[in-house]
Design a protein. Structure first.
Lengths: 411, 411, 411, 411
C-alpha cells in the first residue's frame, strides 16, 4: 500500500514554487467517484468549468482545458498557431523560458532567443525595448510569435506583460503574443483580454492549487484565426475539436474527470475569496519573505525590485556554498521541500514558494527551516530572517486590522 | 461546492466500458497530499512504478507513463516512430480504430484503412489474413506500421494479436506492430514481449481502475530504433527524455503525482489478486452477461464467439428502437450509466461494461436495470436475462467452490 | 496499513439493517481535519446541528447528541428520568426491546416486560390495548415509564406509536413515553412532538447514513421535569450540562467532531431530498423487497401487513434450513452482508436492510445474491423473487413517471 | 455542504493539547466504507486492535475500547469498581482532575480532594507523600481508590505515577490506583503493568492522533475482581460484556467502526516509529517550546522542572493581560488554535500543544504566531522565543545527526 513516510511524524511543508500545497477541500473533491464523461452530470460540471475558468484569466474568450502538464499547454500554444520553420521571438528570463525554446526547436520552429547577457539576464524581467527593437528590424514580419514567461518559476522574476504588448504595438508588428502564466495564474494579476495576449499558457498545480495534470490555453480571436493557416501537425492539442465538444460541456476524448472535480472546488475557493484579495495576499507573503532574505544578508535572485515575484523568492548562496546541499539538509532534518536552482542557477540558489494555499504561518515555518538549515550549513547570516518576517507581518496586520481576519460566518 | 447529485439517493452504478468504477483504495491513495516531484520520496515512488508496471504488459522493456488520456498515447506511438507521409496499415474494428486513423491523418501520415465491409465489419475482430495479404503486396515496404485495436471498446470485440503478429511474419514484412490495449490492459491476457508488439498503447481508466489522466506506451527495441529516423515533430510525447529521467525515478516535466499514487495502489491490488485470476474473473463476468443478452433474445454486437470481449458486451436493439432512448431511461430511472453506441453503431446498441473493480452483484444490478429499462421501453424480451445470468453464476460457483471465495485472512 | 479486502474485487454490498451504507459525501466530510472543539468555527457547526437535527425528529424541543452508540442513548433516556427501583413497562417486540429491558435491570430499575406470547410475539408490533390494560391496573402510578421500540431492527416490525400514546392517554396514566427510533429515524415517518413522546432514542448509523458513534435523545418538557426528581446516578449521560453548553454551540466534554461533520452533511442531504420523499422512497423499496420474498414462497418475519417495516425485511427459512449458513454462503460467494437472526430468531431468518442511502439497484443486487444463495443452499423457491421485485419497480415507475427521476440541475 | 473556512487560505495550525492534528493516513483510513460489525472482516480488525493496543499501555492485561470521549472512560473506571458512597482519594493537579472529582460526586461517590493549596497547586505535580500520609490515616481502608492524572492537560504538569504507586504501597493500603492518561498515552512513557496501575483511563484524540470518539480503560486483575463487588449501576460502561465479546474480536453493541479504522492505522504508525522514539520526540519538542517561553521572559505554568509536560506547555501572562484576548487575536490573525486557560487558570495563561503528529516546523510556526500575537497585544517580551527554539533545535540536531533524519527507504 502507498506509504509516503520518509519523515516519521508531522506534516510535510511543501514550499516549492509548485506544485503548491493542495487544500483539503480539493483533495476531498478529487476523491469523489469517477463518473461517465458522456453523461448529463458531467455535462453540467463541464459547462460550469468552461464558464468559470474565464474570469481567472480575465478573459471573455475561450479557455482550453488539457489533460496534461503545463509543458503540454506550451506545445498546444505552438502547434495550433505556427507552421514548420516559422520564426518565433522568445525571451530568456530563465530555465523555463529556455525549455520552451527547446520545445520550439524540437517542433521544427526557428526560435530566436534574446535577453540580457549572462547570469544577470536571469535576474531581471523581460526588457520590452529589446523586443520592440527586434520586431522593428523584422520588416518582413518573419517573426510569427513573441513568447514570454510572465512569472519565471526558476528565478522569481515577474515580467510586465502590458509593456511587452506595448512594445509589439509600438513596432507595429503582427506577431502573436504568447505568455506562459504557469506559475502566476490566480496568484499575480493577469489580464488576457486587456493586455491583448493571444495565447495564455497555464497549469493547475500553482495558483489554482490542484495537483498537476491539467493545463490551459486561453486564446484570442487572432490566435484562432492563425490556427487556420498553421501547418504544424496536431491532434491531441488541436483546439477546434475541443471547442466544439465544449459547447455542450464535454471533451472530444476522455477528460481528467477527478482533477476537474478539484478544479471546480478551486474556482469556488478563489472566487469566494476574491481574485484581487488573492493577489494582495500573495504580495503580502512575498514582502515578508524578501524581508527575511534581506535580513540574512543574502541576495535575492531577482535584482529588480519592480520585478519581484509575489509567488516565489530565489535565495542566492554566498560563493562556496552548494545550495543543493543546504536544501538536502533542510529536507532531511526539517521535513521541508524547497525548490532547487535550475539550469544556470543550479547549486547557486534555492527557491522558496509562497503561493496558492499559503498563509503567514506556513511561510514562518519555511523561513525557520531555512534559517536553521543555513546555520547548520555554516552560512554566515547578518541577522534573523525569521525575526524580520515576523516584524513585517506584525506591521502588515497593524496597518490593516480588518484584513485577513477570520471570517465570522454565522450559521 | 462540488455536488454530484443528479440522483437523490443510493450509489450510482457506472457500467460503461471505462472509466470503470474506481475502488475506494485508489480514491483514498489519490487524495494524499501532493509531494515534490523532484524530491527523494517521489523518486522512490517513481522507481517502483516504472518497475511494476512492466509485468502488467508482460514486458521486460520500458513502459512510458504519460500524463494524458489514452488518445495522447496513440499520438505518442505515432510521432515517436514515423515520419510525415509514412504509410500506416490500420484495421477498422470500430469507432476507436476509426478515431486512431483520423489522428494519423491529422498528423500527416497516410493511413490505409482495411476491414470487412459495412456494419458487419464492426461485429468481428481483426482478420489476420487481410493484413498478411496487404503486406505481401507491399513489396517495397512502404507500410511502416500496422495498427490494430486489441479490444475495441465501441463494439466489445477482442482481436487475436498473436495471429496479427504471425500474419506480419508470414508476409516477411518489417512494419512495426502497434496495438491499442486501452480497454484490455489488466483485464484480458496480453503479452507485449511474447507477441512481438512494438508499441502497446494503453490508458489508466479501464482495467487499471484509475480515473482518466494517465496513459502508456510499452515499447520494443525495434520501436526505439525506429524513433531515431522518425521525423514527425515531437516534444511532449518524445520517449527519450522520459526514459532518461525515468532512470532515476523522475519525469522531465511535472508528472501527474496524485494519479501516480493511485497507480501504485492499483498495482498492489492487481499483483495481489494475481493477473491471471483477474483475467479469469473478467471472463466469468462476461459469460454471465452474454447469457443475459441471449436470454432476452437480443443480439450481441460481436458475432464471432471467438472474439467476445471479456470487458464489455454490446447489446443490439431490435430495429425501430433507439438505444440511446433506452439508455437515457435507465440512467434517469435507475441510476445506471451504460455506454452509448458510437459512430456506425450510434443508436443501434448500448454497451455494458464489466471490467475493472466489478463483481457478480454489480453486474446483476446492471442487468436488472437493463431488463427493467427494456421492459419500460417496450422492447420485446424472450425471457429474463437476469435469471439467465443468475443461473450462470450459480453454475460457475458450483463448478469451483474454492473460486472467488472470501479470503479468510487471519490477523 | 488498513486493508479491508476479504473479497478481491468489486464493491461490497452492505444490506444489513444498519450500519447502512455511508454515502461518499459523508465519508468525505468526515475526513476533514479535526478542529478545536472550543473554537468559533466549531461553534458555528454546533449551532447549525443543534438547530437542524430537530426537524428530523419533528420536534421543536431540544435534541441531545451523544458520542456513543444507540445503546448509550437508551441509557441516557433511563438515567435522566428514573430512580433506582422504579417500575418501567417495556414491550417485547424483539431482540432490541429485550436488550433494552436487560439494561433497565442492570441499572436497578424494575422493568415489566409484556408482549404476545412465544415466537409469534416477535412477528407483530406493539399491541396498544395490552399497554392500556396494564396501565389501567396501575392505579397508584407505580409505572414511571412506558418503553417501546418504533422499528424493531431484529424483526422488521414497525409499531404504531400514536396508538401507544392514545393507549396511555386512555388509561389517564402519567407515565413517560420513551421510544427507540434507532432504526426508523429519517427512514419512517416519526413525530416526537405531535405524538407526545417524552424521550426519543436514536442513533446515527441507520437512516442518518453516518457511521456508528453518535446517538440522540429528543426530550420533552415533561422529561426534563422528571429529570429533576430522578435519582439514578448520571454524569456522562446527564442532559443538563449538555443543554447548557449547547446554548452556544458547544459540548461539555470533547464531542465526536468528525462524525459531526458527517451529520452536517447528512442533514444537508436529507433536507434537500425532503423528509417526506425519503419516507416514500423507503416504502417503495420495502414493497419491492416483500414482493421478492413472497415470490420465493418464503415467509416474512412480520406477519401483520400493517406493521411491515419500510427499513428491513426479515426472511424466514423453511424448517431444517440454518439461516446463518445461507448468510455465510452469500457473504463468501457474493460479497453481500445480510443481517442475522437474533435472540429467539437466531438461525431461523435473515434480514435484508433497505434503508438509508439505498436505491433500486442495490436492492436488486441484494435480492439477486439472496436468490443465488438460496438456490445454492437448496432452499426450494416457488418462483423468482428478483423477477417479482423487477415487476414491482417497473409498476412503480410507470405509476409515477416523474418520481425518482434524475434531477436535471442546470449549472 | 460542510465548509470549514473561517480563514480564507492556508492550513489551520491546531496546536491545542488535544485534539491533536490527525495525520492524513488516519483521515484516509477513517473514510473507508463502514462494514458489518458482526462480519468476519470486522472480527479480524477487532482482534488485531485488541491485541495491539496493549503495548501502547505497556500492559499484557485487557484494554477496553469504548465509543465515547475520555470523559466516558473516567465514568467506566469508577462505575466498574466502586459502590455508592465509596470514598475516593483524588488529587487536584488542575482542571481535569477537578472535573473527574465532580463526576465522582455526581455518581454518588465520596471523593476527597487533596493537593497543594491555591493556584500554586496547579503548578506542580502530584505530591506522593500527601497521598501516603492520607492513606496511612485511613486505617479502616474506607478509601477504595486513589485517582490521579498523569499529564494534567489544563496545566502542562506531568506527575510521577511510579512514586504514587510506591506511596500507596508504603502505606500498605489496598486502594485501587486509577490514572488518567488521556493526554499522555502514546506521548509520554507510561507503564500500566510495571507501575501497578489498576485502571488506566485514556482517549483517542491526543497521542493516538485520532479524532475524538474512542476512549479506553486498561484494567488489572485486581480491578476486575473489584468489579464483582462494585454496586454502582452500569450497563454501557460495563467491562464484562465487552471482554466477553472481545474474545472473538467483536463488541456487545455497535462499535465506532470508522474510528477503529483510524486506530488501526495509528497503531501501525506508532509501532513503526517505535514507542520509545515517539516519547523522545515529544521531549525534544517540549524542550524547544520551553526555551521559547523562557526567552520571552514569561513564566511556564508548571514550576517544577521535574514535572514539565512533554505534551503541552502552559504560558502565563503578565498580570493585566487577558490570555484569552491574546489567543483570540492569534486565532483571528494567524490561523492558529491554542488551548485556553481553564478553571482557576482562566484568562491567566494559554496552552501550546506539541503532541501527536507534530514536528519541528509546526512548533516553529506556532511559536511564531505566539510571538507575533504577544507583540500585537503589547506584552513586553525579553527576547525572541522563536530564536531560542531555533537555537535549541539546531543544538539538538547537531548533537545527534542521525536522529530524526529522513528515512531513506528504497523501494
Amino acid at each position: 500500500m502507498l506509504r509516503l513516510d520518509f519523515h516519521h511524524s508531522g506534516r510535510h511543508f511543501l514550499q516549492i514554487p509548485g506544485p503548491s500545497p493542495v487544500p483539503d477541500r480539493l483533495l476531498r473533491a478529487m476523491s469523489y467517484p469517477t463518473i461517465d464523461h458522456r453523461g448529463p452530470e458531467f455535462g453540467a460540471l463541464g459547462r460550469r468549468l468552461i464558464r468559470d475558468i474565464r474570469p481567472i484569466f480575465k478573459t471573455n474568450q475561450p479557455v482550453i482545458i488539457y489533460g496534461s502538464s503545463g509543458t503540454g499547454a506550451w506545445e498546444g500554444a505552438l502547434v495550433n498557431t505556427l507552421s514548420p520553420g516559422d520564426s518565433v521571438l522568445m525571451y530568456e528570463t530563465g530555465h523555463f523560458a529556455t525549455l520552451w525554446r527547446e520545445m520550439a526547436e524540437k517542433l521544427g520552429l526557428k526560435p530566436e532567443f534574446i535577453g540580457l547577457p549572462g547570469y544577470e539576464g536571469w535576474r531581471r524581467g523581460v526588457q520590452p525595448n529589446m523586443i520592440a527593437d527586434r520586431l522593428r528590424q523584422d520588416r518582413k514580419h518573419a517573426i510569427k510569435a513573441v513568447c514570454v514567461v510572465h512569472n519565471e518559476t526558476s528565478t522569481g522574476v515577474t515580467s510586465d506583460i502590458l509593456a511587452v504588448r506595448k512594445a509589439i504595438d509600438s513596432a507595429e508588428h503582427p506577431a502573436l503574443l504568447m505568455v506562459d502564466t504557469i506559475s502566476s495564474l490566480a496568484s499575480v494579476d493577469y489580464r488576457h483580454d486587456e493586455w491583448g495576449v493571444d495565447v495564455t499558457v497555464s497549469g493547475s498545480q500553482k495558483g489554482l492549487m490542484l495537483p498537476p495534470g491539467i493545463a490551459f490555453n486561453a486564446i484570442s480571436e487572432k490566435a484562432r484565426n492563425a490556427r487556420k493557416a498553421a501547418k504544424l501537425p496536431r491532434s491531441y492539442w488541436d483546439w477546434d475539436p475541443i471547442l466544439t465538444s465544449n459547447e455542450t460541456g464535454y471533451w472530444p476524448y476522455t477528460p481528467n474527470t477527478n482533477l476537474l472535480y478539484a478544479l471546480s472546488e478551486s474556482l469556488d475557493m478563489i472566487l469566494n475569496e476574491g481574485l484581487e484579495e488573492v493577489f494582495a495576499r500573495h504580495i503580502r507573503l512575498s514582502v515578508a519573505c524578501r524581508a527575511a532574505v534581506s535580513a540574512w544578508g543574502l541576495e535575492i535572485q531577482c535584482c529588480d525590485a519592480e520585478a519581484y515575484s509575489p509567488v516565489l523568492t530565489g535565495v542566492m548562496m554566498p560563493s562556496g556554498v552548494d545550495a543543493d546541499e543546504v536544501r538536502k539538509l533542510i529536507y532531511e532534518q526539517f521535513n521541508l521541500s524547497l525548490g532547487a536552482g535550475l539550469g544556470k542557477a543550479k547549486g547557486r540558489m534555492f527557491r522558496i514558494g509562497h503561493l496558492g494555499d499559503c498563509n503567514e504561518l506556513t511561510l514562518m515555518a519555511a523561513l525557520s527551516a531555512c534559517e536553521m538549515g543555513l546555520i547548520m550549513s555554516n552560512v554566515p547570516l547578518k541577522s534573523s530572517g525569521v525575526a524580520a518576517a515576523r516584524d513585517e507581518f506584525v506591521a502588515q496586520k497593524r496597518k490593516s486590522e480588518a484584513r485577513n481576519v477570520v471570517n465570522y460566518k454565522r450559521s
